[in-house]
Design a protein around this ligand. Sequence first.
Ligand code: GRF
Length: 215
Amino acid sequence: MSRKKTAILISGRGSNMGALISAAMSPDYPAEIALVLSNRPDAKGLERAAELGIATAVVDHKDHAGDREAFEKSVDAVLKDHKIDLVALAGFMRILTPYLVNAWAGRMINIHPALLPSFKGLATHERALQEGVKLHGATVHYVSAEMDDGPIIMQGAVPVLDNDTPDTLAARVLDVEHQIYPKALSMVASGKAKVSGARVTGSGNTNETETLIWP
Ligand code: GRF
């Protein structure tokens, strides 16, 4: 089996990065984590990746202030240097231009801490509580030109509890993120994910009994 060389792009602590690296330690996982790249030199996840023996790179957006495309060209050059096949964004806090999105169309995925298409953007847990939703969760999707858009590969839902704060809800969602991101990357890297319009099929899940009704 040829494993897809995958880069993880981060800006911070990198807990999703850690989940992907752990999954990829299994020899039959269809992706190999070949690079962790950050736009912030101080991203905690970089240290963790290096400790785990994974190649790391920094492309500091501040070196390209005001020129997003120049920043993305530098990122793209590093990805090409490492012969990367797939890109997984994991808390990468830069808005992408069509330049990078088009260069990696169909080969770049992202995790978002909400059940898209609800709650795009930031502060998703605060907004979920404000809106009073009873189910919240996380989404892995292909990256398209619009932020937090693109065909949905996998979602995980959690209940919203009466005594939740944004922090308790975030922790419950993060746990689900760590479960769905490795599964979604596996679907993409193995070629099982099939995109047709806005719809991605190929999870192999035929279990209709797992209907989640809350409360
Ligand atoms: C996660 O909640 C992810 O969904 C969002 O940014 C956060 C990154 O957390 N895009 P971590 O760096 O993976 O711990």
